[in-house]
Design a protein around this ligand. Sequence first.
Ligand SMILES: Cc1ncc(COP(=O)(O)O)c(C=O)c1O
Length: 360
Amino acid sequence: MKWPSHGGQPETMKQLFHMDKEKEILDFSANLNPLGPPPWLKGEIYHSYTTITKYPDPTYSNSHNALADYEMITKDKVLLTNGGAEAIFLVAKLFEGGKALIVQPTFVEYERACEHYHITTEDVFLEESNEFQLPLELILEKMGEADVIFLCRPNNPTGTLVDEKSLHRILEKGLETNTYVVVDEAFVDFLPSTKLSLTSWLPSYRNLVLLRSLTKMFTIPGLRIGYVLANEHVIGKIKSWQLPWSINSFADAVVPKLLADDKYVTRTRNWLGSESSYVLNKLTDLDFYVSESKVNFYLLQDSKRPDDTEELFQYLFKGGILTRHTHNFKGLNGNYLRIAIRSSDENNQLIDKLREWRNR
Ligand SMILES: Cc1ncc(COP(=O)(O)O)c(C=O)c1O
């Protein structure tokens, strides 16, 4: 079976499983904010219609200034990108022909970007037998040979968060071994506190590069907004490689307003906190393993039937619920499902379906 490499593709999945095109599907496979884009966004996009007749400001100065203010960082340490995906590829180019360590299982694009730039990769695995904990000593041991380490925090697909003490050790070691530490914070806004982002660590560690995205929190995968935070030398280099007008004018028009909407982020966090503990507790009560996720998705496996994940996937899909397969997450090999936290009504439908599976 040729599984799609990303979530959020119900139409492709219907074709793969020869399912009626009209069948209604609840999509738990994409890890976006289920509250949808902030309600004001539609009007802003509408009003910025006239901007499409002009080239965007090549330096995106309004958005750039807004990002620097928001992150409380100087402007030479931030670069606006066409989504988190462009950020990953731009940063990977820094290590062209070099060697990377990738903490797996994780987002597949780090590996694709490394392949693209002929970077040799070595994988280190979060320990599945130990709640997907970081193999810190192994990483420290291997860092001497690596130019860069890619780490996703909070991690996609486990939702877990590497602790700060381990990160300090990795960064300190990186300063000794000349290894950059690229931390993808695409989901950091879902954590209960902004303090959990590593932005304030940048002055202490010249080898730290942070990748950010507005896609997940604001449910705007079609707009393509991301950014990189790093030392001025790194930002200068990747900026020189960025394609001209890489960011579209709608995205540029709304960045300052999105960053200013902290009420929307707070509302999301408050909702997520109570909804995710409700869902995860219910699933644990039904004897499903769920990863110790801190964000808006989690890994699930039937603790009583760990070898039947494929069957469970199909059972849910035929019942109108699409989850994310894990065949292309290294180390998971399809043995878990990644499931998003959605609205409380949808989450209850999922819980009912899983109860039905359990009691069959
Ligand atoms: C960890 C991680 N980083 C980056 C991205 C890409 O984000 P964007 O849509 O902003 O390119 C994703 C998308 O799934 C992701 O999961």
